[in-house]
Every structure is written in C-alpha cells, then in structure tokens.
Design a protein around this ligand. Structure first.
Ligand code: SF4
Length: 208
C-alpha cells in the first residue's frame, strides 16, 4: 500500500530488513529506475521508499525481487527483530529464525494494529516490553510480554511467560492473536483489551 506524503508523493514500505549487497544492488537499481527520491528505515526496520508511483508497485516489487511490508492498518505489522545470536556477541537466542516463523502472522487483520518485537537478550534493543507482543531472549528461552505500547499511551507490557522455547513461543503468539482477534473490540489495542478484562483472566484464557 502506498502512503501519501506531505508533498503529494507516495511512500511504500518494502519487506527488506536483513539483506545482502547483491540483493541491495538489485533493489537500488529498481528504485532508481522507478524514480525513488529517498530511502529511510521504519521503526520496524523495513525499507521505506519515497517517490514511487503507486500504479507501478507490482512492477517495482517484481524487478527488485521484494514484497511490500504490512505497514498500515489494523493488521499484524512487520515483526521487528535484532540480529540475535546469529550475529550479535551478546545474543542468547535465534531471533532471525523465530522472526521468520512469526512472519506467517504478518498482514493478518485484527481489531487494531499489532506490533511484535523479538530481541536476542535482555538488552532488548528492539524494545519487546513496549510492543503488543514482545519476545525477549534469555539463556533459558524467551520471556514473553503482552500489551506493551509506545506512542500516545505508553505502557510496559505484562510479563506473560518465561523460559519459553522457540516452538512454544510461536504457538503462544498464535493463541494470543486468536484470543485477541475473537474477543477485542474494534480499535482496541491488545494492552487496552487486557486492561478491560484483567491480566489474570487474559493469562488463564491463553493457557487453555
Ligand atoms: S538485544 Fe541483545 S542480542 Fe539483540 S542486538 Fe541487542 S544486545 Fe544484541
């Protein structure tokens, strides 16, 4: 989806986070050909390109070899992740691997937007405690936070579970999303929904 800018041009968000110089070159060539004016990176570390003709998005994506990222609307947004133990010397968990598995939720329609972040250690470079769902790596697995947010109504998420292995973390995220999708009111962020029913009730429902 193209996002209108102040000057009347359009921006698009490409699902590009970790890439290689070869892929980047291909993307750059396609962007240049399609008249992109500038590139920046979003809060979820995806590539934002300004100055793209919204009528030619499919063509651009095909030539660049990329997909669009779910960056607007009441959907699961792009999963934000740090390099984790694959690259970072402080990493305790495989963030790239779990982010890849969580990708299946991206773009899913929900009562409100949902931001997910994964960090490879408690340094929390991706701020998982301030996302709707946050997975924070520890030496024993992931600590799972829910209901956090930044923005106009900042909130530190509730700690839902600790020492969660990757397989169980993916299933837990799925249960959270399903319960939220089936029970929250339109426009209600996960944190507001948890507040409305109480954290203990939410926790019990997710456990079942
Ligand atoms: S959260 Fe930890 S593993 Fe991830 S980039 Fe920061 S220090 Fe490295």
């Amino acid at each position: 989806m193209a996002i209108k800018q102040r000057d009347g041009s359009y921006a698009v968000v490409l699902d590009v986070s970790i890439t290689t110089p070869q892929e980047l070159k291909k993307i750059a060539e396609a962007l240049e050909k399609h008249g992109a004016k500038l590139v920046k990176f979003s809060e979820s570390q995806r590539m934002v390109v300004v100055g793209i003709d919204p009528e030619r998005l499919d063509e651009l994506c095909r030539e660049a070899g990329v997909k669009l990222a779910p960056a607007v609307g009441s959907v699961v947004r792009s999963v934000k992740f740090c390099p984790g133990k694959a690259l970072c010397t402080l990493g305790l968990q495989d963030t790239i691997g779990i982010a890849e598995r969580l990708k299946k939720f991206e773009g899913l329609k929900l009562p409100s937007k949902m931001k997910i972040a994964v960090s490879g250690c408690p340094n929390s470079c991706t701020e998982p405690a301030f996302r709707d769902i946050g997975l924070m790596g520890t030496k024993d697995g992931f600590t799972v936070f829910v209901g956090g947010s930044a923005g106009m109504k900042p909130r530190i998420g509730w700690k839902l579970a600790e020492k969660i292995k990757p397989d169980e973390a993916v299933k837990l995220v799925e249960r959270i999303i399903e319960f939220y999708k089936g029970n929250a009111k339109k426009g209600q962020r996960l944190g507001d929904f948890i507040e409305s029913i109480g954290f203990e009730e939410f926790k019990n429902a997710i456990r079942e």
